[in-house]
Ligand binder design. Structure first.
Ligand SMILES: Nc1ncnc2c1ncn2[C@@H]1O[C@H](COP(=O)(O)OP(=O)(O)OP(=O)(O)O)[C@@H](O)[C@H]1O
Length: 219
């Protein structure tokens, strides 16, 4: 097992405290205490409808919890957002503009993210995801797996966000795409970054330890 050099004195990048989520009148999970420290990936598992996507949206500060709290680096999400500490959130429905080319769509997302979005950065990220032959392809003409790669390319930049929230990132990826995503995840861990991700398949990062939480245990 490889353990990145991180300070354990710092608060976890992401924590939930007694978190509860209700959707359409149904309590999906409750009393969820979760921590994602620097240099760790945590895999959220659970049956269909258990609330994995809902948990990621709560963790991203996109919706309010039924009860409990979400903390980014030890501070409540609203405070963290004001201080500019937004995580990178790659939702299941990717946020790529259909009418843009792949280069334009990624550039747009990187600008929103607030990091570098110059052409060299964009082309480098697309190359990392194996999309160098699709720079000028309109997003609407991509296959599902290619769209997934393009959505994930926003993480393949020199200084990505320290916290990634990824909803079903393996969805539609072939073996090569899975390998490229796993390489991104390993790089993130080695630089002391943190990841919370959902997946219906086991997450295997070789010697890197992957934490796990099963939402089915929090009804
Ligand atoms: N916008 C919404 N309005 C009402 N109910 C919703 C909404 N979004 C999700 N739900 C409900 O919340 C429950 C959990 O959905 P969620 O997408 O979080 O589950 P999941 O664990 O990610 O599922 P899957 O494994 O199928 O992707 C489901 O019963 C779903 O119908």
């Amino acid at each position: 097992m490889s353990t990145p050099a991180v300070s354990h004195a710092e608060p976890p990048r992401l924590a939930t405290v007694q978190l509860a989520c209700r959707r359409a009148g149904r309590l999906l999970f409750q009393a969820l205490d979760l921590q994602v420290p620097a240099g760790q990936v945590v895999w959220v598992r659970g049956r269909n409808g258990s609330g994995k996507t809902s948990l990621l949206r709560l963790a991203a500060g996109l919706v309010a919890p039924e009860a409990g709290q979400v903390l980014w680096g030890g501070v409540p999400v609203r405070e963290g957002a004001r201080a500019g500490a937004r995580p990178a959130f790659v939702g299941h429905a990717h946020a790529l503009q259909q009418d843009f080319t792949v280069t334009q769509a990624l550039q747009f997302l990187l600008r929103l993210q607030g990091g570098p979005s110059d052409t060299a950065t964009v082309h480098g990220a697309l190359h990392r995801m194996g999309l160098q032959g699709h720079r000028e392809t309109p997003v609407r003409s991509l296959s599902q797996g290619q769209r997934r790669r393009a959505a994930l390319a926003r993480l393949a930049v020199p200084e990505p966000a320290p916290l990634w929230l990824l909803d079903e990132p393996y969805d539609a990826l072939d073996a090569d795409g899975i390998e490229r995503l796993n390489a991104l995840l390993c790089d993130q861990l080695l630089r002391g970054g943190s990841v919370l991700l959902t997946s219906h398949q086991a997450v295997d990062l070789g010697p890197m330890r992957v934490g796990e939480i099963d939402l089915d245990g929090y009804h």
